[in-house]
Write a protein that binds this ligand. Structure first.
Ligand code: NI
Length: 161
């Protein structure tokens, strides 16, 4: 299964649309968003892909974000989300509290920990855990990036927007 991974879009509609186009071309099964959407209206730009998300520290209007996700057939799971695909256990967390993010990576319970917040595209193995940060799709502080993750061979592809 292929997962599109994106974070910290911060209302950048053109880059969200670009990302959606890339995710469609790469035929991802769904898209994981690690938070910091900001304006709930920006979530509409993800229409056309199956969007699963968690909240970021800048996502103040949670009721409207939940509604916006619902409007496009997506789901926002709260501050934390875990799931299992192809035998891989995933944890998703924006990364606001660095100690909590590190604890998720270091606890050994998860095969893949996906986070954002630092706007730094990073792919690191700690013990048996792969820690993935897609960077920022907005592109401030760093260049704009998204990730494609393949659960069958654990391949990670970085795509520049
Ligand atoms: Ni953040």
């Amino acid at each position: 299964m292929k997962i599109g991974i994106i974070s910290d879009t911060h209302d950048h509609i053109p880059n969200i649309k670009k990302s959606v186009q890339i995710f469609k071309e790469k035929e991802v099964d769904f898209v994981l968003h690690l938070g910091d959407y900001i304006n709930p209206a920006a979530v509409n730009a993800f229409n056309g892909v199956k969007l699963i998300g968690v909240f970021g520290n800048n996502d103040g209007d949670k009721p409207r974000l939940i509604q916006a996700f619902g409007n496009i057939g997506g789901e926002i799971k709260g501050d934390f989300h875990e799931f299992e695909i192809d035998g891989l256990k995933f944890a998703c967390y924006h990364g606001t509290e660095r100690g909590l993010k590190n604890a998720l990576v270091e606890c050994g319970k998860y095969d893949v920990v996906v986070y954002g917040h630092t706007h730094e595209c990073k792919n690191k193995v700690i013990g048996n855990t792969l820690a993935l940060n897609p960077g920022t799709a907005h592109g401030f502080w760093n260049k704009a990036t998204v990730l494609i993750f393949d659960t069958e061979n654990k391949d990670t592809e970085i795509v520049n927007l």
